[in-house]
Design a protein around this ligand. Structure first.
Ligand SMILES: Nc1ncnc2c1ncn2[C@@H]1O[C@H](COP(=O)(O)OP(=O)(O)OP(=O)(O)O)[C@@H](O)[C@H]1O
Ligand SMILES: [Mg+2]
Length: 318
């Protein structure tokens, strides 16, 4: 059964003739029903409020949607991600607001649902987005640009609409990676009318997104993002490369997790690998442990590390 407050709001919106509000509320009901595994009811309601009217052949639609969004099973939890204290607090707050949305709504307040993650590659943007879905036990949907972006004029915006339409009636995390590829600054004079239309569609859809859809955007280049798109995000978090202390702690944890030492004290290794991303550090530690295991019983971990450091220096120089 739908929540009482939703039903009351729904009837009220209908009486006021507020179509937009009515639709938002029906979408909230649909997402609840879906969460309760009432898929037939959810699909039926969804069909009823689809503006295009005609009932679709569901299989066709499902196939089309598969090209646009991909569901991924999260493999990270917030507790295994290293985060600066401020970032951790902000992200945990968003998760709590979503978990306790009912309490907030009883005070007439919606939880926040739009998060922008920025920063250089390999420092946890995708991992954080996944972890949020895992914490909230929600499906994690990733936009597939290769399915969305079309060479046909106008088609991209239409597909983007379809992807949002799909997400709106589900409680989920919707992830737009490399958001700058799609939300480029509209003032860029090299861009055509097409990209402008796509950005407008994106902005409009973000605005219409109900609070039960957690929209997470990621970008390596926050500065390339359209300003208007940037403003849409209620929460913006910068995920930077690890500092010396963070790298040390991360290497300590990696050594413990991988069940063996890394040849040097974590702090020494952190200094040798200064400037690396978390992904680089992890890759390095894995690489060392892999070699160390293969060279058992008399592996010389320190030598393995030194060889790899030299190799890195060689690559950087050349
Ligand atoms: N802050 C972090 N704490 C722990 N592990 C991390 C962190 N950042 C990255 N990693 C490790 O590196 C891997 C790659 O990171 P992730 O895909 O989240 O980076 P990203 O910021 O999305 O990079 P890109 O910009 O290339 O998409 C993760 O699977 C994880 O194992
Ligand atoms: Mg990523």
């Amino acid at each position: 059964m739908a929540r009482a407050d939703l039903l009351l709001d729904l009837v009220e919106a209908e009486r006021r003739g507020d179509r937009d509000r009515f639709r938002v509320l029906v979408e909230a009901v649909i997402s609840e029903e879906r969460a309760n595994q009432h898929h037939l009811l959810a699909d039926r309601l969804s069909e009823l409020i689809t503006t295009t009217g005609q009932s679709h052949v569901r299989d066709d639609r499902a196939a089309a949607i598969r090209d646009l969004v991909q569901e991924i099973v999260p493999s990270h939890r917030l507790s295994d991600i290293e985060l600066a204290p401020v970032a951790r607090r902000v992200i945990s707050e968003l998760v709590e607001e979503q978990t306790r949305a009912d309490l907030l709504r009883s005070y007439g307040i919606e939880p926040r649902n739009r998060l922008l993650l920025s920063g250089p590659p390999g420092n946890g943007k995708t991992s954080v987005a996944e972890a949020i879905a895992a914490e909230l036990m929600l499906p994690f949907y990733v936009i597939r640009y290769e399915g969305v972006v079309s060479s046909f004029l106008g088609e991209t915006a239409a597909r983007l609409d379809n992807a949002f339409e799909f997400a709106r009636t589900r409680r989920c995390v919707l992830f737009f990676d490399e958001l700058d590829t799609i939300a480029k600054e509209r003032s860029d004079e090299h861009e055509t009318g097409e990209i402008k239309r796509v950005v407008s569609t994106l902005l409009l859809q973000i605005d219409r997104l109900p609070a039960h859809v957690i929209f997470v955007g990621a970008t390596n280049h926050g500065e390339l993002l359209d300003r208007a798109a940037w403003r849409r995000f209620q929460v913006r978090v910068e995920l930077d490369r690890p500092s010396r202390d963070q790298a040390t702690r991360f290497l300590e944890r990696l050594a413990a997790r991988l069940g063996g030492d890394l040849g040097f004290a974590p702090r020494t290794l952190a200094d040798k690998l200064a400037g690396s991303s978390y992904a680089d550090l992890e890759e390095f530690a894995l690489d060392v442990r892999r070699r160390a295991v293969l060279e058992l019983p008399d592996s010389n971990v320190r030598r393995i590390v030194q060889e790899r450091l030299e190799h890195r220096r060689g690559q950087a120089a050349g």
